[in-house]
Design a protein around this ligand. Sequence first.
Ligand code: I4D
Ligand code: MG
Ligand code: MG
Length: 281
Amino acid sequence: MADLWQNAMDYAVAIARKAGEVVRDALRDDMKVMTKSSSVDLVTQTDQKVEQLIIQSVKEKFPTHRFIGEESVAAGEACDLTDSPTWIIDPIDGTTNFVHAFPFVAVSIGFSVNKQSEFGVVYSCLEDKMFTARRGKGAFCNGEPLKVSDQEDIKQSIIATEFGSSREPEAVDKIFSSLRNILCIPVHGVRGAGSAAINMCLVASGCVEAYYEIGIHIWDVAAGSLIVSEAGGVLMDVEGGVVDLMSRRIVAANRRAIAERIVKEIDSFSPPRDDTPPSKQ
Ligand SMILES: O=P(O)(O)O[C@H]1[C@H](O)[C@@H](O)[C@H](O)[C@H](O)[C@@H]1O
Ligand SMILES: [Mg+2]
Ligand SMILES: [Mg+2]
């Protein structure tokens, strides 16, 4: 039977590659850096330009599809995931890296129908690595199949996480408390690429055993989540329940036991959900 969404996925790969070129070219220019939710939540004209480029091109090809885009939501659009085919876009995941030319910057495109993820595309554009996953058909990097690490022992593991862009003292205290707990299990190391999408692709590639973060948004992890699960990994909430991409909390790991061990050490909290409008937060 023909794959209903393969055409859309091929289009996503092509547009992510084109978007990545725009990002790479922009690195050479002077940047005007603006801020959003806090003085360390950065955005540039390139984030906005790339999101518009992706949305306009997809609209021409698939006029009935819907969108959740990081910069559109920042501009006041609703973050609504319905049953309609929806493209979930982070035009630059790792904007702080982009601003500093720290070389982990991704274009992330997730796609869901009936609230189920159908494909995910993460283009790590400075490394020129195209990560893709189609539901039920595996995950790939530049066409090569991906598989999570087979490590069973948390003490032999590397865990990825990020500090995020909140500097609220309560949140920072909890982030440090979780980090301390995990580091002192002890694990081999803690790393962070500065991009949720790339961290998830590192889990899918088997380079790190797990990634967790509180404070991410649906556009950071929509594509990466499918790439992890299609590479054989598991997703979980930071308190151990079923992951909810609107909840701004995620654990992605090579296996359930590693995810559960990390959950035990996380000092959890609940940022305002992505699907709660700012007026109701
Ligand atoms: O805002 P962009 O799209 O660069 O994405 C975020 C990262 O992906 C997070 O992991 C990370 O922790 C930061 O919160 C960062 O904002
Ligand atoms: Mg992001
Ligand atoms: Mg972004």
